[in-house]
Design a protein around this ligand. Structure first.
Ligand code: WT7
Length: 656
């Protein structure tokens, strides 16, 4: 990591926007001053301009009870109406909302009229199943148009969605369903991944089975199932309902009722520093305002002519804000692709870009590094000349990957926007604006207009340029999380306690300001890992490892990885009785698979090292810093605070 940071700090290339791009850009340089002069007035203006309010708001920000913010509180709107009906009413019903491409190669063109119609029918079905305002609906779906329709139908009726990434296990799904008290699950039989049907419904069945022994009340009344994979599924009469049996038959008349701006829209679970994922709560008016504003300005969206593609799954916040709410509120035409980049062979993504003439492309550094490894011949064999804006998200992008992205994918001209934000922030916070910012490879650069963020030391004092520290947001923002579902205390403790006297939001990231004051993200400073742009908690994986009968103790660290940014590396102490009967290598492999089935394949450790001791302080805290040194093949740092200073040489010898 430290060599990467040195490397970053030596990076001094700059790429100013071309005059042609600047001339047609959505955002003009004066936007920064306008926003800084009166941020609240700025957000109010953006909200009125970008959204349609059924009842206009007169209040902007209510920060009288920090950190519980209210934005536009006396206004009323309907999120689905803003994403759908109003575009149809404006005469844009025939505009393509989604060019859907299934992994097997099947395609569907979904216009704004089509999607509006589908959502209205589904809204009627949901109401028929007894779902109403404030009820929670869990979604566990592949990347198909029905997934987008489901999200919008849920918010249309004032219910709350909780999308669970389809790669999570039955146990992870169960934990999320129970925490939110979901009344309905919307899933599919299965979806296509890597040339095969990856079943989903069985995981839902398993998640809903045998509650009794666990002392948890089952809250789910129905399971609505989309047919996609055509795999055989078990069926519980009375509980399970086929989507195709009820949605096409339902009425396409459904009037969108307006809800107060602070009505909850969705919960999205993300990992923190403890074992239990946090249900991040987002509400309506402020969320949609910032999602729409950032989508339009950061990506320079011209909705009449652009074809936009965000590769994120809807199971993550990027999929929520930049594949559903932001783009649809802006009336954008998007690509929705179901599968993996490598199917049926490397280059599928470039084929999709060529086929649909994608102009704006938003993906993660991990994907870019993966493509770099395969070689530039693959993208160069396709016509990518339609691309004019490239985005990056989820993890720091190293300058090499940035340059490759620009040169090979963007023909050496497309501006790159490196967007920093989080599940909690709801929308982009720090990013260049194409057409304005002179881009620096590897830096997220500047807070967006209307956003106040900076880098501070541990006392909360802003650092000078050319210094590092902790990234904080210093003023409330419209799409900020409104809490952690069911746990207001954890919300305050996690994000607001660190700088309570200043009222700063602590993001958990380390960052540096360069000599111009631009922000360079340096990774998490807490026990959270970032693997392929996805957040994983060390504690969550440790508790999965110790849940295995062979494990006595476990410590997990994120070690830097050439492709995935960080990789999960576990150090485990096994029980003697198991080691007597099995090989350490065999048990290590079993544990890797175990985590994959317990949490999901993304959490599967890259390496599991069987060791006889773990480095602990006198108070018993595991010193992950030292384990990270071992995992990254470095000389082990200062061991003075260890209870037993000899432990590290034992461990180093054991992992060789
Ligand atoms: C964490 C948030 C934002 C949606 C995807 C991830 C890291 C995010 C960047 C970036 C450096 C980044 C941070 C952040 N991160 N974007 N452009 N440069 N780091 O959302 O799962 O909530 O994770 O991702 O560490 O805290 P998330």
């Amino acid at each position: 990591m430290s060599s990467q940071i040195d490397h970053l700090l030596n990076e001094n290339r700059e790429f100013p926007p071309s005059p042609e791009f600047a001339a047609h850009a959505v955002a003009k340089p004066e936007i920064y001053e306008r926003a800084a002069a009166d941020p609240e007035a700025f957000w109010a203006e953006q909200s009125r301009e970008l959204l349609t309010w059924a009842k206009p708001f007169t209040e902007v920000l209510d920060w009288s009870n920090p950190p519980f913010a209210k934005w536009f509180a006396d206004g009323e709107l309907n999120l689905a109406y803003n994403c759908l009906d109003r575009h149809v009413e404006a005469g844009n019903g025939d505009r393509v909302a989604f060019h859907f491409e299934g992994e097997p190669g099947d395609t569907r063109t979904v216009t704004y009229s089509d999607l509006t119609d589908e959502v209205k029918r589904l809204a009627n079905v949901l109401e028929g199943l007894g779902i109403g305002k404030g009820d929670r609906v869990a979604l566990y779906l592949p990347m198909i148009p029905e997934a987008v329709a489901a999200m919008l139908a849920v918010v249309r009726i004032g219910a709350i969605h909780s999308v669970v990434f389809g790669g999570f296990s039955a146990d992870s799904l169960r934990a999320r369903i129970d925490d939110a008290g979901a009344k309905l699950v919307i899933t599919a039989d299965g979806g296509w991944r890597k040339g095969k049907v990856s079943p989903l419904k069985p995981a839902v069945d398993q998640a809903l089975a045998d509650r009794d022994g666990k002392g948890v009340q089952a809250t789910v009344e129905n399971v609505l199932v989309v047919r996609r994979g055509e795999n055989d599924v078990d069926w519980i009469e009375g509980r399970d309902v086929w989507y195709h049996d009820v949605v096409p038959q339902a009425s396409a008349e459904h009037e969108a009722q307006a809800f107060p701006a602070e009505s909850p829209a969705f919960i999205l679970y993300t990992s923190g520093t403890t074992g239990n994922p946090k249900g991040i709560l987002h509400t309506s008016g402020g969320y949609l305002t910032q999602a729409a504003f950032t989508h339009r300005n950061v990506f320079d969206l011209h909705p009449e002519s652009d074809v936009y593609w965000c590769t994120a799954d809807i199971g993550w916040i990027t999929g929520h804000s930049y594949a559903v709410y932001g783009p649809l509120a802006n009336g954008a035409t998007q690509v929705l692709y179901e599968g993996t980049p490598e199917f049926p062979k490397p280059g599928r993504w470039w084929d999709v870009i060529e086929k649909y003439g994608v102009t704006i492309f938003y993906t993660a550094p991990t994907a870019i590094r993966g493509f770099m490894k395969q070689g530039r011949e693959i993208p160069q064999a396709r016509d990518l000349s339609s691309l004019r804006v490239l985005g990056s998200v989820g993890e720091p992008i190293n300058p090499e990957a940035w340059m490759w992205y620009r040169d090979v994918v963007g023909a050496g001209t497309a501006p790159i926007v490196d967007t920093w934000w989080q599940t909690e922030t709801g929308a982009i916070m720090i990013s260049p604006l194409p057409g304005i910012t002179a881009a620096k490879p590897g830096s997220a650069q500047v807070p967006l207009p209307g956003i106040s963020a900076t880098v501070v030391d541990e006392q909360g004092t802003p650092v000078d340029n050319d210094n590092g520290g902790l990234l904080v947001v210093t003023k409330p923002w419209p799409s900020m999380l409104r809490g952690i579902w069911g746990d207001p205390e954890r919300f305050v403790d996690t994000y607001w306690k660190m700088f309570a006297d200043k009222g700063f939001y602590f993001a958990g990231d380390g960052a540096r300001l360069d000599e111009d004051g631009d922000v360079w993200l340096l990774g998490r400073v807490d026990d959270v890992m970032n693997v392929s742009g996805h957040r994983l908690s060390t504690a969550e994986i440790e508790s999965s490892l110790v849940a295995h009968e062979a494990t006595a103790e476990a410590a997990v660290v994120g070690a830097s990885d050439e492709t995935t940014g960080q990789a999960v590396v576990a150090f485990v102490i096994l029980k003697e009785s198991f080691l007597r009967e099995n090989s350490a290598a065999g048990l290590a492999d079993e544990l890797r698979k175990w985590v994959g089935t317990q949490i999901g394949p993304i959490a599967r450790p890259r390496d599991v090292y069987v060791v006889s001791e773990l480095p602990k302080t006198r108070s018993g805290k595991i010193m992950r810093r030292l384990l990270r040194d071992v995992a990254e093949g470095r000389e082990v740092g200062d061991t003075q605070t260890l209870a037993d200073t000899a432990v590290m040489s034992v461990i180093s010898a054991q992992v060789k």
